[in-house]
Design a protein around this ligand. Structure first.
Ligand code: 4AD
Length: 456
């Protein structure tokens, strides 16, 4: 009853508060400000003092409320995740106290914007550390408010910015290919099919074929688009929808392609780490991160088969992998973790790779192809040189059981001025899982989609 009778009013004799975001706190020290956000943490000390860590997506700010400010009904019923606006002055902390950025806002007035529930429905009870994974996935809209998940999403935004800056500095043009298509790129078994005004269409697996058509028009190009794979396998690195960074270049050799990939990966990481707040995020999430050393190790597929044998990495049935077989995720990871540095795995046999890959002139069993393998994650990039001869391409469709009719526009590239060309696709969530040391790519996607999950 007493609390309900306490009414807070702003003291009009104080200087007018300037509205700021939390990230402007340091530069706003000493001035009277107002900040709005979510109650990230709440600590009540006796009946005359409350500490609130306020979060607004740009940072965290400790606020201290004293005396009457802690006595009203809103104060005694305040719960985490409620939204509030606080007014006051940000002061450096005295020795011995700690808070984000070593300062705190000494509140002189505050208001509730929207209350969050307490008790059984409280945020802390809904999103607990040890909750089972499917519950956490159902609650992802709340989980992303957490310090770790929001750090991953912030780092992701910065990484994407760095990729774009890299391509811009190297003279690539960004394009936006369609997601609704009528052709496959990486095999029919992982296509998501849908009804397009009565015609059969698919969600794209890769924008590669479209990028190839842009070379004569724009030169080197890249795109960042969602790709879709109806993967049956439930692994920690497979999503049904993922962000696919793809690039395509004309008039280059396979060696040039490998070099441009090394340049992309190293330059992007350097850009990410050169930005102080982002470097801190990477260090927070992956304290043992080390810059990869150039040049990357180069290993032919045939040598990887030998490596697996020499290191006693076998199939489930106890036999060794032989030339011509796909190296699945488990042995690939065992090898990559053991070597413990980035690997360019090259020259895969033609039969286990996509129809469009260029064969090695001197050894037509294998292709000018590359997978980039990273410790802890495995493959993060797949790329190759593309067949540039029209007859050979027509034969390749035939061999793969693909009807060339809907591919007429792709085949035309070999008719109207062909050129040696190549490119690659990088799985953004896999790159992030490696850089930020996340156990699964699911943690690197805002709302991950995988077998059995399309919510929230
Ligand atoms: O190796 P992939 O299938 O290659 C292509 O799609 C080429 N057409 C790309 C190109 O040359 N333009 O896929 C490329 C990368 C993989 O290395 C992996 O990082 C990622 O895409 N990827 C996936 N990421 C998450 N979930 C999945 N289901 C993925 N499938 C591929």
């Amino acid at each position: 009853e007493y609390a309900k009778s306490v009414v807070l009013v702003e003291d009009n004799s104080l200087p007018k508060a300037q509205k700021i975001k939390v990230k402007q706190s340091i530069e706003s020290r000493g001035k009277r400000v107002k900040v709005s956000g979510w109650v990230h943490r709440l600590r009540v000390q006796g009946k005359d003092m409350m500490f609130v860590v306020l979060r607004d997506g740009t940072g965290y700010l400790q606020c201290v409320l004293t005396g009457k400010l802690c006595h009203n009904y809103d104060a005694i019923t305040l719960s985490v995740e409620s939204t509030i606006t606080v007014y006051g002055v940000i002061n450096a902390l005295p020795e011995g106290k700690t808070a984000p950025d070593n300062h705190e806002l000494v509140v002189d007035f505050w208001e509730v914007v929207g209350k969050a529930p307490s008790g059984d429905d409280a945020f802390n009870n809904k999103v607990t550390q040890d909750a089972d994974p499917s519950f956490l996935l159902d609650s992802r809209h709340l989980v992303i408010r957490g310090e770790t998940q929001s750090a991953v999403l912030k780092a992701r935004a910065q990484v994407i910015k760095a990729f774009r800056a890299h391509y811009d500095s190297r003279g690539y043009t960004e394009v936006t290919p369609p997601c609704m298509v009528q052709t496959q790129v990486e095999g029919g078994s992982t296509l998501f099919e849908f009804n397009y005004y009565g015609e059969k269409a698919y969600l794209t697996q890769s924008s590669q074929l479209y990028l190839e058509t842009c070379l004569p028009s724009l030169g080197d190009v890249f795109c960042l688009a969602e790709s879709y794979r109806a993967e049956k396998s439930h692994t920690r690195r497979h999503l049904s929808e993922y962000s696919h960074l793809e690039a395509e270049m004309a008039f280059l050799s396979f060696d040039d392609l490998l070099e441009s990939l090394e340049d992309l990966l190293c330059d992007t990481i350097e850009r990410v780490m050169a930005d102080e707040p982002t470097r801190k995020l990477v260090e927070q999430l992956n304290p043992n991160f080390k810059m990869p050393e150039r040049p990357f190790m180069r290993m032919k597929y045939a040598d990887a088969i030998e490596y697996l044998r020499a290191n006693d990495i076998k199939k489930e049935d106890g036999s060794y992998y032989v030339f011509g077989e796909d190296i699945p995720e488990a042995p690939e990871r065992a090898m990559t973790d053991k070597i413990n540095r980035p690997i360019f795995l090259t020259h895969f046999p033609a039969e286990i790779k996509a129809f469009y890959m260029q064969k090695v002139p001197g050894d037509r069993r294998v292709t000018e192809s590359v997978d980039v393998l990273m410790p802890n994650v495995g493959e993060i990039v797949g790329g190759s040189m593309r067949m540039d001869n029209r007859e050979e391409l027509l034969e390749a469709y035939n061999k793969a059981g693909i009807d060339p009719t809907p591919y007429y526009w792709y085949t035309d590239q070999r008719k109207y001025g062909t050129t040696p060309h190549g490119g690659y696709g990088l799985g953004v969530e896999r790159f992030l899982a490696w850089l930020l040391n996340r156990h699964t790519v699911r943690d690197c996607s805002l709302y991950p989609r995988f077998t059995g999950r399309c919510t929230p």
